[in-house]
Design a protein around this ligand. Sequence first.
Ligand code: CMP
Length: 225
Amino acid sequence: MDSDVLRQAPLFNALDDEAAAALAGSLGTIRLRRGEVLFHEGDTGDKLYIVAEGKVKLGRTSSDGRENLLAILGPGQMFGELSLFDPGPRSATVTAVTDVAFYSLSHDDLLRWLDGRPDVANGLLSQLASRLRRANDVVSDLVFSDVPGRVAKALLDLADRFGRTAEDGIHVHHDLTQEELAQLVGASRETVNKALADFASRGWLRLEPRSVVIMDPERLARRAR
Ligand code: CMP
């Protein structure tokens, strides 16, 4: 597994090389195939995870079976700490969107690391703060933005994290089905398809299976506002 991604993870980025190597020594590793579930909402859990390779989706299911995606996470991103700091069951189901490799750290080991290490605690707090900021944006967008605006914003966010710039535009291999994209923006597949087709007909992007090529990020960003 690529240990460089650990250096981007919030727990690690304030550590010097020696401390980072010691923390890395406490980590386990685990791999999942595309479609496999790491844990379910409501499970009890005693570990947090850092994505090493691939992508996962964090989802919740309503009592009538509808699904909503809270986030898509990729290399260097961490999850699974809420059930430690706010003791209770797992708050989301985590499913592999591609084949995925994770590092895992037990909650007990994390507590030992946090003890007397304000740099590690700061890394964790800054991740929690940025997640809260993002969650606030999502709530505001659900209230104030229309579906095309939310689709534009979601594509730009995915481009930020998973995009690769080429001559013909930003290639974003998001690995999501249109159903999953719809679950991510909280809308029906039909409405999301219509928005994507409209963006494509304007020449802002090109649709490909499980990926998109963004040709005009400025226009998309204006639509996302
Ligand atoms: P935990 O509840 O232990 O298991 C599910 C994890 O998903 C949770 O910890 C968080 O780490 C993560 N999570 C929950 N909500 C969000 C969100 N809105 N954005 C990103 N990650 C989240």
